[in-house]
Design a protein around this ligand. Structure first.
Ligand code: CA
Length: 732
C-alpha cells in the first residue's frame, strides 16, 4: 500500500513537472491569488480581534469578520529570521538550517514561493526580509537591508542597487506593494504578494501623524509588569530584556543628548532621529520634548520612585508600540480597499500574520524568544471568500510551518513530502473547527542563547491545556497548566498531582522530537552563555588564526585534561610537534560542531587530528547511540570540508564507570559500534584503545581513572603510548 502511494506521489510529481513547464495553463480567474500581509513582532495582545485591552485595529479586524481568526497559532522559533525561514520552507529551524538571527538563509533550498512560481504564479515580496541572502523564487522583490529603518528607509533593489524613499517605512511598503499589484505584475496570471512590514519592531518609531495618539491616556499595565520570577526556573532572572533594567536612553525612551541616570537607562541613542529631515524632527520634538522635559525635571528632583520610573518607561514603550501598529493597520485597510476596488477580493486569500508575538510588559519585558504565550503566539487571520466561513474562530493548534503547505494546496500545487507543516485547508473547510486529525501538540525550539537578552536555549511542546519546556542548561523541566495559570506564573512540574501529566507530556515531547527529526547531537550549539567556555573559545580562535599546527586534539574534558593531569605526558610526546588542544570540558558533539565552524579551525590544517567526543552526550542525556554517532559524522564532514588533507585518528570513546555493567559505559560501547564504520583507511582511521585502561576483569581502576571518567597522569601516559605508532604511521 505504501509503495503504491509512493508511486502515485511520484507520478503526481512528474505530472506536476510537465505542468510547471507550461505555466501559461494557469489562469488568474481559476486559481486564487494570495496576499500575505506580515509584520514584525506584532503581538496578539495588540489586535482587537484577539480581544486587545489596549488598542483598536479595525482593518485587521475586517479579516476576522469576513474570515477566520486562529487563537492557537504559534511560531516554531520565536525570533525574526528563523520564523521567516520556517514560513518559506514549511520546516523547523534545525531542518531549514536558519537557527539564529545573523545567519544566512540557504536560498537554494526548496521554498513555497519557488514552487508557486514554478507552477505559473507571479510572486512578489516587498519590505522586511532579514535573511541575509538574496531572495529567491520571486518575480519581483524590493526589500529592506537587515532590520531596515522607520524613517526615510533604504530598499535593496533587484539589480543590486539601493534606493532611498522619503517618508515612513510602513506607508512606503504598502505603496510599493500596491504599485506592483496595480502596474507591474502580469495580470493574466494568479499571484502571491508578500507585503512585509518592519513595524512594530523595536525601536517602535511612530509615524508623525500618530505621535499624539494616546495623549493624556494611561494605557493599562499587564498584571505581571513587576514579575519577581519566583516559582519558575532561576534562568528567568538572568534575562536582559526588562523594561525596568534594559531600556535604552535614546533608542527606547526617545530622550535626547548624552545618556543620564545610568542606573535606570542603558546607553543606545535614537538612530531613527538621526535619519529624519528637519521637518520630521520638528514634528517629532514638538510631541516628545514637553513630555521628556517634564520627566527629566522630576528625575533631577528625585521625585520618582523606582516603580514610577518603570511605569513611565512602560507608558513610553507601549504608546510608541501601539502607534506603530496603527500605521500597519491602516496599511492593511489600504490593501483591502484596493482589492475591493479592483474586483480582486472574491478570488484572493488575504492573511495577516507576524513573525512572532512580543511581550507588552508581561513578565516585565519587551522582546520575545521565551516560550511563554505572549511571544510564542503569532496572529493568524485569514479571509478566503467561498471557502472560509466568515466570523469564525479557530482553536486548532497551528504553526508557521503550516503556511507553506497551505498556500501550495490552495494553489493546487503538490506538497513536497519533506515539508514538516500541514495544510490548514481541512480546517478551513470544517468551519474553522479543528478536525480530529489535527495535531495534539506543537513543537518549539529556541537556539540563540549567546546573543541579545540572555535567553537560554530551550525547547518544548504546547497542547491545548499544557506547556512543557526543557532547559538543557541545568536539565530543568517546566510545566504550566494554561487553564489554571494562563499567565504562566508557576511551574507545576514538581507537584505530585501533575506527575502523570508531566510523564505523558515528556513522552509526547520525545516522540515529537523524533517525528521532526530533532537530533541535538547534530545541531550546532554554543555555550557562549558560560563565561569560562566563551573565554577558552576566544583563545582557541586566536590561536587557530595564527596557524602553523601539525597536530590537533579535538574533544571534551578528557582532551582538555592534557593541560591538567596530562601536562607532563603532553610535554614529552607532543610539545615539539606543533600541537593545538581543542578539548573543552563538558562539550558534546553539537558544541564541537559550533566551534569548528566558527573559528576553531580557521587556519588549523594539521597533518593529523586526534578526535574523541560523545561521552557527554551520553553523560547528561543518555542520548541514543545512533544520534550521537550522527553528531560524530557531522564533525568528520566539517573536517573533510575545511581541512581535506588532514588524517583523522578517530578514537573509540574511552570506557567509563567502574565495571562493565555501567549504563553509560554501555552507551559508549554502542556509540563506538556505530562510529567504527567511519573508518575508511584513507582519511579516517578508527582506533579503539579502551583496553589500555581496563583491568583484566573489565573494571576500571582508580589509578587510571580516579572518578571512572577522567584520566590520571598514568592514564594519559597509556593514551599517548597507545596511539603513538598510529601517529607515526599517519606521517606525524
Ligand atoms: Ca520579529
Amino acid at each position: 500500500m505504501k509503495a503504491c502511494f509512493a508511486f502515485v506521489r511520484r507520478l503526481a510529481m512528474i505530472l506536476f513537472a510537465a505542468f510547471a513547464a507550461h505555466p501559461s495553463t494557469l489562469s488568474a480567474d481559476k486559481h486564487p491569488n494570495i496576499v500575505f500581509i506580515f509584520s514584525d513582532d506584532h503581538a496578539v495582545q495588540a489586535i482587537s480581534a484577539y480581544g486587545s485591552k489596549i488598542n483598536q485595529t479595525p482593518n485587521i479586524d475586517r479579516l476576522a469578520k469576513e474570515g477566520s481568526v486562529f487563537v492557537n497559532s504559534f511560531c516554531a522559533n520565536s525570533i525574526c529570521g528563523p520564523s521567516r525561514a520556517c514560513i518559506l520552507t514549511g520546516k523547523h529551524s534545525h531542518i531549514n538550517g536558519f537557527l539564529r538571527n545573523g545567519e544566512r538563509f540557504d536560498g537554494s533550498q526548496m521554498t513555497f514561493p519557488k514552487l508557486l512560481q514554478g507552477a505559473g504564479y507571479e510572486t512578489a515580496l516587498v519590505g522586511k526580509w532579514h535573511l541575509s541572502s538574496t531572495p529567491t523564487g520571486f518575480n519581483y522583490w524590493e526589500v529592506l537591508p537587515g532590520q531596515g529603518n522607520y524613517f526615510n528607509p533604504d530598499f535593496l533593489q533587484m539589480g543590486g542597487t539601493r534606493k532611498r524613499y522619503t517618508g515612513y517605512c510602513t506607508d512606503i511598503v504598502t505603496d510599493r506593494a500596491l504599485k506592483w499589484l496595480d502596474e507591474d505584475r502580469d495580470k493574466s496570471k494568479p499571484f502571491i504578494l508578500m507585503c512585509q512590514h518592519k513595524a512594530p519592531h523595536r525601536n517602535w518609531s511612530p509615524a508623525l501623524r500618530h505621535l499624539s495618539m494616546f495623549d493624556g491616556v494611561d494605557v493599562p499595565e499587564p498584571d505581571s509588569l513587576f514579575d519577581d520570577y519566583s516559582g519558575r526556573t532561576h534562568l528567568l532572572k538572568e534575562n536582559k530584556m526588562s523594561i525596568k533594567s534594559h531600556f535604552h536612553w535614546g533608542h527606547d525612551a526617545k530622550l535626547h543628548g548624552d545618556p543620564q541616570f545610568p542606573e535606570h537607562f542603558q546607553r543606545l541613542r535614537n538612530r531613527e532621529y538621526q535619519r529624519m529631515n528637519a521637518e520630521q524632527r520638528a514634528a517629532w520634538d514638538k510631541q516628545y520634548e514637553p513630555e521628556n522635559q517634564a520627566f527629566l525635571e522630576k528625575m533631577k528632583a528625585g521625585e520618582l520612585s523606582e516603580k514610577e520610573i518603570t511605569r513611565w518607561k512602560y507608558q513610553r514603550y507601549i504608546k510608541d508600540y501601539l502607534r506603530t501598529v496603527a500605521a500597519v493597520d491602516e496599511g492593511v485597510g489600504r490593501v483591502l480597499d484596493y482589492l475591493d476596488a479592483n474586483g480582486l477580493a472574491e478570488n484572493t486569500i488575504v492573511i495577516y500574520s507576524s513573525d512572532q508575538g512580543f511581550y507588552l510588559g508581561e513578565h516585565g519585558w519587551y522582546d520575545k524568544r521565551w516560550m511563554f504565550e505572549e511571544s510564542l503566539k503569532m496572529p493568524f487571520l485569514i479571509r478566503w471568500p467561498g471557502v472560509i466561513t466568515p466570523g469564525t474562530e479557530s482553536t486548532a493548534l497551528i504553526q508557521n510551518i503550516d503556511y507553506a503547505p497551505t498556500f501550495l494546496e490552495a494553489a493546487g500545487v503538490p506538497i513536497p513530502e519533506d515539508i514538516q507543516g500541514r495544510s490548514l485547508i481541512p480546517v478551513f473547510k470544517n468551519n474553522s473547527r479543528a478536525t480530529s486529525d489535527c495535531r495534539d501538540a506543537i513543537y518549539y525550539a529556541y537556539y540563540e542563547n549567546a546573543a541579545a537578552h540572555e535567553v537560554p536555549i530551550h525547547d518544548g511542546i504546547r497542547t491545548q491545556q499544557h506547556k512543557l519546556m526543557f532547559f538543557p542548561r541545568g536539565r530543568q523541566w517546566q510545566l504550566f497548566d494554561l487553564v489554571k495559570d494562563p499567565q504562566e506564573m508557576r511551574s507545576v512540574h514538581a507537584e505530585s498531582e501533575y506527575q502523570p501529566i508531566l510523564r505523558a507530556l515528556q513522552q509526547r515531547y520525545r516522540d515529537l522530537r523524533k517525528f521532526y527529526a530533532v537530533n541535538s547531537a547534530t545541531i550546532p550549539m554554543t555555550r557562549g552563555d558560560e563565561d569560562w567556555w566563551q573565554k577558552r573559545n576566544q583563545l582557541a580562535n586566536e590561536k587557530a588564526k595564527a596557524g602553523g599546527f601539525d597536530l590537533a586534539f579535538i574533544g571534551d574534558s578528557i582532551t582538555q585534561g592534557w593541560e591538567g593531569k596530562g601536562k607532563a605526558v603532553w610535554k614529552q610526546f607532543y610539545e615539539d610537534r606543533k600541537p593545538i588542544n581543542l578539548g573543552f570540558s563538558g562539550d558534546r558533539t553539537e558544541h564541537v560542531i559550533w566551534r569548528l565552524t566558527r573559528g576553531n579551525l580557521s587556519n588549523v590544517k594539521p597533518k593529523v587530528a586526534v578526535m574523541m567526543i560523545g561521552t557527554n552526550n551520553t553523560g547528561h542525556h543518555l542520548q541514543a547511540p545512533n544520534e550521537v554517532a550522527a553528531g560524530v559524522g557531522s564533525i568528520l564532514e566539517i573536517l573533510q570540508e575545511r581541512t581535506p588533507d588532514t588524517k583523522i585518528l578517530l578514537l573509540g570513546i574511552f570506557p567509563r564507570g567502574k565495571d562493565s555493567f555501567d549504563e553509560k559505559r554501555l552507551n559508549n560501547i554502542a556509540i563506538n559500534q556505530h562510529i567504527r564504520r567511519f573508518h575508511d583507511g584513507e582519511r579516517v582511521h578508527y582506533l579503539d584503545i579502551g583496553d589500555a585502561f581496563l583491568e583484566t576483569d573489565g573494571t576500571l581502576s582508580r589509578e587510571i581513572m580516579p572518578d571512572y571518567l577522567h584520566l590520571s597522569e598514568e592514564g594519559y601516559a597509556q593514551w599517548a603510548q597507545a596511539i603513538e605508532p598510529k601517529l607515526v604511521e599517519l606521517g606525524l
